[in-house]
Design a protein around this ligand. Structure first.
Ligand code: AMP
Length: 305
């Protein structure tokens, strides 16, 4: 089954303690697609400006990302500039230039409107809502967001919560949105407003998936070197939704497995700048990393204690 993703397609300039990248391919839809397309077909909707190096998207197209919904508009592409200091868990945004995104109205191509899985990547929640008006009752709708939109579009974001099944966000965003410091309470606050599943990512400390009755936790993969954390959240979402779309199974055990796929794909994202790592890996590498996750968390309980 395929996944429809709507989100930013960006030029990122990133500085980490290990190096710098200028105007590298980035954006929520780009990272999501690079990750999910290793698991299932992806349909991308977004916008780029006339200055965008479209040829850099060819490797994604050749591995099953349908770019029929990528609009080319007159003007500047979306640009994000960020920096990570030694705490690689939190990006410091130095500049956000919306460019053609400020006038963007997503137009979902006819052939994308029946996508069973929809991921509303991190963009203006008004646009995320606009997308939902154009699709035909998907089996599953998930969304992401970030501090920028929590601050500037709070009422729209709260409206969006009433229309999604799953939200993924990081711990700082969950606290900012709910004004609850405790993440269990924050998740409950969000679930009371719509989503049945809330995934709270904690960077190198893993991710929690909350439902009304259960909590599941997957660690982040303990990598020896994290190069650039940009896109880890979107790659996580790509692994999570991509795995659900591939299996078509929305049972609780499968959702838990999907969280592990999310963590695995997030761990690949941070090994290089931009989407570079996803262009090197294949199904074998994913299978191998998921197996390592299994080893990482399994232990035998002492039944006599
Ligand atoms: P993350 O997975 O959270 O690290 O997402 C990183 C990506 O988000 C970068 O590639 C940026 O281009 C993109 N991004 C940053 N700010 C925004 C924003 N306000 N709206 C949409 N995308 C953004």
């Amino acid at each position: 089954m395929s996944v429809l993703v709507v989100g930013s397609v960006a030029l990122d300039s990133v500085e980490t303690p290990f190096g710098k990248a200028e105007e590298a391919l980035g954006g929520s839809a780009t990272f999501f697609s690079a990750s999910a397309s290793l698991l299932c077909p992806v349909q991308l909707v977004g916008v780029v400006g006339s200055d965008f190096p479209v040829s850099q998207l060819e490797p994604l197209a050749s591995r099953g990302v349908d770019l029929a919904g990528l609009e080319r508009a007159d003007g500047e592409s979306f640009r994000w500039r960020g920096r990570y200091r030694h705490d690689l868990n939190s990006a410091e945004t130095l500049e956000t230039r919306l460019g053609v995104f400020s006038h963007f109205r997503p137009k979902i191509p006819e052939q994308f409107r029946r996508a069973p899985f929809v991921f509303l990547g991190n963009i203006d929640p008004r646009l995320q809502l606009d997308v939902l008006r154009q699709v035909e009752r998907p089996r599953l709708v998930a969304c992401d967001t970030m501090n920028f939109w929590i601050e500037s579009r709070r009422p729209d974001l709260l409206e969006l919560l009433g229309h999604v099944d799953i939200i993924t966000l990081n711990d700082a965003e969950a606290r900012q949105l709910t004004e609850e410091y405790n993440l269990v309470r924050a998740a409950r606050w969000i679930m009371e407003r719509g989503p049945k599943h809330v995934i709270i990512k904690k960077g190198e400390h893993g991710a929690f998936m909350f439902t009304a009755q259960t909590v599941f936790y997957a660690p982040a993969f303990p990598l020896e070197s994290v190069f650039d954390p940009t896109g880890a959240g979107d790659a996580f979402a790509g692994g999570f939704i991509g795995y659900l779309a591939r299996s078509g199974d929305l049972s609780e055990p499968n959702l838990r497995r999907a969280v592990v796929y999310g963590s695995a794909m997030g761990s690949f994202a941070v090994e290089r700048f931009s989407i570079e790592r996803f262009l090197e890996i294949g199904p074998q590498d994913i299978r191998h990393r998921v197996r390592e996750f299994h080893r990482l968390v399994s232990f035998e309980q002492d039944m006599t204690a």
